[in-house]
Design a protein around this ligand. Structure first.
Ligand code: TEU
Ligand code: CA
Length: 555
């Protein structure tokens, strides 16, 4: 495998709106990001992914772009971004932007022009179809609920939106649209960004002509994923895009791709793949119910292990997955993967270690490094996210009481990860001097960076050591390129694997349980490279793992 500049990097996702506010309007901004670059450097980060910062009416938190060439004034100016890129470069940090090209905003000029003349040139930028007897062209449902078709004024025409109705889908079949997108991508790469995280990209190819599917809920509609399962030829678009843009810049790209099949992986991330990497979402889709969030199955420690290991095996010899425990669309990893009531600092450090030393590119999501947990919401009014409110309605329609529906959405709400970063214990967790756009989690009094940076035993200090270990000259090659081999799979609630390479053998082993567990090693270890406790139990070849103990051992 040819080495690439991103293989040994550690990445960090910033959700700018909730990161750091410098002008007191309650909204995080680019100057806030600039002010924290030294912090990210100290943590050991190399690549920063910014969730969308483009001009947007914010129907879906900036994932609805009305001008791809402008910075939204909430976040600052183009000068701020130029400065951010330059300041990052000085520190050897690379900036990724979010590429949202399955759809744009209904306020984008393309769509405005399409509305004026749906059958004209700009109408062809979107999917506009005739209704059937005053009803939608087909019965597909959007991800955020309701029909994926929205009527244009009082015409008999409808446009397609797989997400919010303020996010009309762009017509990728139209070469003029694709050309305009590639120009935009190149324009940003010329500006000095290092690449992109690529949003919702599997949605760009529709199965045409549009038709009905068997309804899967009592609204008579069918999940739009059914249509996506049928489509073919998305890879032609993706490879064309790569060749017209990323490739020339040796840019790093990470695709938001769900449920990819083993035989497709090579096309995505192989030597000649369309992306540098794609996220491993196997744990986040595990147990997800088609009925809605309220019906999701929790992920047990053994399920978690299986998801991670299956992904490792799938990608073996092919390329690099990007590993995460959370992002801005998911609840907090520590609240999701550590069983309820067991979420101690030790457990957080264990989960961190287990996913971080897998083969692939580790991504952290803001706040993860201080062990931020799900928010103890206590009312449905506290949610802002469109999908949370829709899932609440779905749960209610399916007969759940208000209380049950609330409990279900509280567990999976995207707002769990979208509340402000907890910098210190001053008002609003030091995020803003004004009124935060979304509530601050009340646990900021105990979970905040300031306290943790002063404490060598904190989750934050542990993350620093973990990142440093992964990047240490002596071990780096093994962690980046070394082979992955599962270990002790017969043991319940033990997650363990070897990474081997260059005459090195490293064991990562965690006890995913409150109770002690015993492990018999094949030979005594040489060295403890990382540990979330101060002393290790057992002796010789016998390991006695305490509750939620994790060890990184060199043989
Ligand atoms: O998410 C794409 C996606 O597939 C979503 O359905 C995701 O599973 C959902 O948000 C869970 O509720 C991307 C972005 O990450 C997300 O924030 C955007 O809302 C979405 O695209 C539309 O741009
Ligand atoms: Ca601000």
């Amino acid at each position: 495998m040819n080495k690439q500049w991103w293989h040994d990097k550690v990445a960090y996702q910033i959700y700018p709106k909730s990161f750091c506010d410098t002008n007191g309007d309650g909204i995080g901004d680019l100057r806030g990001v600039i002010s924290k670059l030294d912090y990210l450097k100290e943590l050991g980060i190399d690549i920063i992914w910014l969730s969308p910062i483009y001009q947007s009416p914010f129907a879906d938190q900036g994932y609805d772009i009305s001008d791809y060439y402008k910075i939204d004034p909430r976040f600052g100016t183009m000068e701020d971004l130029t400065e951010l890129i330059a300041e990052a470069k000085k520190r050897n940090l690379s900036i990724l932007l979010d590429l949202v090209v399955n759809h744009c905003s209904d306020e984008h000029e393309w769509f405005q022009k399409a509305l004026k003349d749906p059958e004209g040139e700009y109408g062809k930028y979107f999917y506009i179809r005739k209704g059937r007897d005053g009803k939608e062209p087909t019965n597909i449902r959007s991800y955020f609920g309701g029909s994926a078709w929205e009527r244009i004024g009082d015409t008999n025409l409808y446009y397609l939106h797989l997400f919010h109705k303020k996010q009309p889908d762009l017509n990728w079949e139209n070469p003029v649209v694709r050309g305009a997108i590639y120009d935009m991508i190149n324009w940003w790469l010329e500006k000095g960004i290092a690449g992109f995280r690529i949003d919702a990209i599997m949605n760009i190819k529709k199965a045409l002509p549009f038709h009905d599917y068997a309804p899967d809920r009592d609204d008579g509609l069918a999940d739009c994923r059914l249509m996506l399962k049928e489509n073919e030829g998305v890879m032609d678009f993706l490879k064309e895009m790569r060749d017209a843009t990323f490739k020339k810049y040796n840019a790093f790209t990470v695709g938001e791709v769900f449920n990819e099949k083993k035989e497709e992986l090579n096309d995505f991330i192989g030597e000649d793949g369309c992306f540098s990497s794609i996220f491993d979402f196997s744990q986040t889709v595990f147990g997800a119910s088609e009925k809605g969030w309220y019906d999701n199955q929790p992920v047990t420690p053994d399920d978690y292990r299986k998801c991670c290991f299956d992904s490792q095996k799938r990608a073996e010899g092919i390329g690099f997955l990007s590993n995460i425990i959370e992002n801005h669309d998911e609840p907090r990893g520590v609240s999701r993967y550590i069983p309820e009531g067991e979420c101690s600092d030790a457990a957080k450090k264990m989960l961190a270690t287990l996913y971080f030393l897998l083969k692939g590119i580790p991504f952290l999501y803001q706040g993860q490094e201080i062990g931020m947990e799900n928010v103890p919401f206590d009312s449905i009014d506290q949610f802002d996210d469109v999908s949370t409110l829709e899932e609440y309605r779905v749960a209610r329609r399916n007969g759940l009481s208000q209380e049950q529906a609330f409990e279900a959405v509280k567990r999976y709400s995207r707002d769990n990860a979208r509340v402000p970063f907890q910098w210190d214990d001053s008002e609003n967790a030091g995020f803003t001097k004004g009124t935060p756009w979304l509530m601050v989690s009340p646990d900021y009094q105990t979970i905040h960076l300031q306290r943790q940076s002063a404490d060598p035993d904190s989750v934050f200090s542990y993350y620093k050591k973990l990142i440093a270990l992964r990047k240490a000259e002596e071990y780096k090659d093994t962690f980046v390129y070394g082979q992955f081999t599962p270990a002790f799979e017969e043991k319940e609630r033990v997650m363990a694997y070897y990474r081997t390479g260059n005459n090195q053998r490293i064991l990562v082993i965690g006890n995913f349980k409150m109770a002690e567990q015993e492990i018999e090693l094949d030979k005594p270890y040489k060295n403890i490279l990382l540990h979330n406790y101060h002393t290790a139990g057992g002796n010789g070849t016998r390991l006695l793992l305490k509750g939620y103990e994790v060890l990184v051992l060199e043989f």
